[in-house]
Design a protein around this ligand. Structure first.
Ligand code: NOJ
Ligand code: CA
Length: 685
């Protein structure tokens, strides 16, 4: 790390600060510039009596025009007006760091930072610090409120941050404040037609692509973006409120999450950016000590594939409730364990394993008991049986959105898993509101979920959460925070009354939700004919597309979602058996949002590469250069592709396996059928 003072300058009258670090001075209306290390991104900050503003350009083109910054504190005037600079500092940071697990082992973190400590000009002034960082792939900005007499405990009533976008681009977005959070299909519209959106929101402009999101969301409310008035291009931060309208209940010193804008020439390049992770803290040094349960990859924190008593509930064959259709039984669990043990599948999930699932559990105050198995499932016996076969049971905490009820049992529940040697839990928060009146993305839930991650770590448990707060890269700081749903997943194809997802859904989510972090989408359906209880539902893809999803969608815990009997003896299962979940490196090679996507990843444990290519409802041919492979090396490409007449609607199961020899100089032509895909293992020879 070294200090660099060349990139901050005053465009106005005050030359005093130029070239100084930690300059102690007061100036009236300075205007700062900060550029990314490669100079492509330029960020301007202005401190004026009427407010603090920023603007961003990329490759000489405006991206965000002059936009307001600041906070509204309850009962006080806006923080960010009538302020002057008290102190500024600047630095450049350039280091590689290693992920203990992930889609990319080594990540370069290179940014230039500007820190502006502001103070009001009034007689009893308040203070606010603005920190901005410029990376080659985007920017981050955050507020800090230092310890001060006038702000001790307070409520943030509104965040004034705006994004006055320079162009009316194409927006890929999800409306916020609906009953099922982000579990909807994405919309594509003009930016000017957005009303209020979850982040990440992805914008495709003529000469660049953007994704606006946040990083390091801790003790704060999630950010949504609201169009300030109809049919404009100005999105303003709209923090998810508490029931009384408060946004954030906090105390100084505090810092907001980073507001991030990923910027790239094309949408595909956004997938190769690690901006969100780079704006999160490394694990705290004390958590690295050997007696601490965090960051001990190779101990309990292990990426891997898992199966589960799960899809059979969603397709109506079985039920979570005890009784004749009960899914969670000792005998059925052992069938899954037997199959997993014969393949490279390290975990078995048992939904409905505990007491309290009777009837319509999602409609009432929860009755779950988190340390007592349901009659018919001997969890101790099953756990032991699994261990003997080298498989681990995955726990399940469905809370039915009853957080207060759950927290009374939470520590004991994780203690119970620790005692049984269960090192992984799937969390669930099914319900339209948390505890009856809280949004799933407000500060209440953000703080609850942090307690879950901390408690799980104390008991050496990895977390995979459904219906929780959207990812903001906290897995860097908390390496037991593995993956989450926060998307309309495979389950909708199983049981949704609207028949399920559209075929283009999986070509949209890597460019949108996927930018926030790993997705527990649960791919791998081989049997497309589950009409007995679900006559109208269908997985909208071919079998080869299902295989390709293991590469296209990143998750360190990746479900092998279908029933063991649908995989048994199936030649295409070999790909699922082979595909890893922990990668040395990843490259999104080509794609367009909502159309198609090709991703290649290299295994962390071997020189082998894997490739996944998917298309929407349209057939297409793609040329893929294999120049990501090691030069001079020879590989066998084991290709799983759509059969000649494959079509997601009429013939999803038609596939072919082909083996050919290739090198880094080869080019492959992929022939994707409607809703189809190709999955390839490049085995080094
Ligand atoms: C919703 C989750 O997303 C799903 O995977 C799970 O099976 C049900 N809740 C029941 O907990
Ligand atoms: Ca869900």
């Amino acid at each position: 790390m070294h200090k660099c003072s060349l990139f901050v300058f005053l465009a106005g009258t005050i030359a005093l600060l130029a070239g100084l670090s930690h300059a102690e001075t007061v100036v009236s209306t300075p205007h700062y510039s900060l550029s990314s290390p490669d100079q492509q991104i330029q960020l301007q900050v202005e401190v004026k009596p009427e407010g603090v503003f920023y603007a961003v350009s990329y490759a000489g083109r405006p991206v965000v025009n002059r936009s307001r910054l600041g906070l509204k504190i309850k009962g006080q005037q806006a923080l960010g007006e009538q302020m002057v600079l008290r102190k500024h500092s600047e630095r450049e940071y350039n280091q590689d760091w290693q992920q203990p697990w992930g889609e990319q082992q080594t990540i370069n973190e290179h940014y230039r930072e500007l820190r502006l400590e502001l103070i009001e000009t009034s007689a009893s002034p308040r203070q606010l610090t603005l920190v901005v960082r410029a990376f080659n792939d985007g920017i981050g900005l955050r507020y800090e409120i230092p310890t001060q007499a006038k702000l001790k405990e307070f409520v943030i009533e509104d965040e004034l941050t705006e994004f006055v976008l320079a162009e009316n681009s194409h927006a890929w977005w999800l409306p916020a404040y609906r009953n099922w959070g982000p579990e909807y299909q994405y919309l594509k519209s003009a930016l000017s037609s957005v009303d209020v959106a979850f982040t990440p929101i992805t914008l495709e402009a003529r000469h660049y692509a953007l994704a606006i999101h946040e990083a390091a969301l801790v003790n704060y409310a999630s950010m949504t973006l609201r169009m300030v008035s109809d049919n404009t291009k100005t999105l303003k931060v709209d923090l998810v409120p508490w029931p009384n309208g408060d946004k954030v209940r906090t105390a100084a010193p505090m810092q907001s999450p980073w507001r991030t804008i990923q910027i790239a020439p094309k949408a595909i390049d956004l997938l190769n950016s690690y901006l969100t992770l780079n704006l999160n803290e490394p694990p705290k040094p004390e958590t690295l000590k050997s007696n601490n349960s965090y960051i001990k990859p190779g101990t309990y924190i292990k990426p891997g594939k898992y199966m589960g008593i799960w899809w059979e509930m969603h397709i109506g064959e079985k039920d979570w409730s005890p009784g004749p259709k009960q899914g969670a039984t000792t005998a059925r669990a052992k069938e899954y364990i037997d199959f997993a043990a014969q393949h490279d599948i390290s975990g078995v999930l048992i939904e409905g394993w505990n007491k309290g699932w009777e009837g319509e559990w999602w409609k009432r105050t929860p009755t779950f008991i988190f340390d007592e198995p349901v009659v018919g499932l001997d969890l101790e016996e099953v756990t032991l049986y699994a261990r003997e076969k080298g498989v681990e049971i995955i726990g399940h905490h469905e809370t039915a959105a009853g957080v207060t009820y759950y927290e009374q049992q939470m520590d004991a529940a994780f203690g119970y898993y620790e005692k049984l040697g269960i090192h992984s839990v799937k969390m669930g928060y099914v319900g339209t509101r948390i505890d009856g009146d809280q949004w799933h993305h407000g500060q209440y839930m953000v703080n609850h979920f942090q307690r879950v991650v901390d408690t799980a770590a104390r008991h050496k448990v990895m977390v995979n959460a459904h219906e929780t707060v959207t990812d903001t890269g906290l897995r860097r700081t908390y390496p037991n925070l593995m993956t989450r749903e926060c998307v309309r997943g495979m389950e909708y194809n199983g049981g949704s009354p609207d028949t399920g997802n559209m075929p283009d859904h999986t070509t949209i989510i890597p460019f949108t939700r996927g930018l926030s972090g790993p997705i527990d989408f649960t791919p791998g359906i081989f049997n497309f004919d589950y009409k007995k209880h679900r006559p109208h539902n269908r997985v909208p893809s071919t079998l080869a597309n299902q295989l390709a999803l293991y590469v296209v969608l990143y998750s360190p815990l990746q479900m092998v979602a279908d029933l063991p009997e649908n995989y048994a003896g199936h030649p295409a299962f070999q790909f699922i058996d082979d595909v890893p979940t922990d990668w040395k490196q990843s490259r999104a090679l080509q794609g367009e949002v909502g159309e198609y996507l090709v991703v290649a990843r290299q295994d962390k444990q071997s020189p082998d590469w894997y490739l996944g290519a998917i298309t929407n409802q349209d057939a297409r041919k793609l040329e893929v250069k294999l120049d990501f492979l090691a030069p001079k090396a020879r590989y066998e490409a084991q290709i799983y592709r759509d059969g000649k007449d494959a079509d997601w609607e009429t013939n999803p199961e038609a596939y072919e396996i082909k083996r050919i020899n290739v090198t880094a100089k080869s080019t492959l032509e992929l022939d994707l059928k409607p809703g189809g895909g190709t999955a390839i293992r490049f085995k080094r020879r």
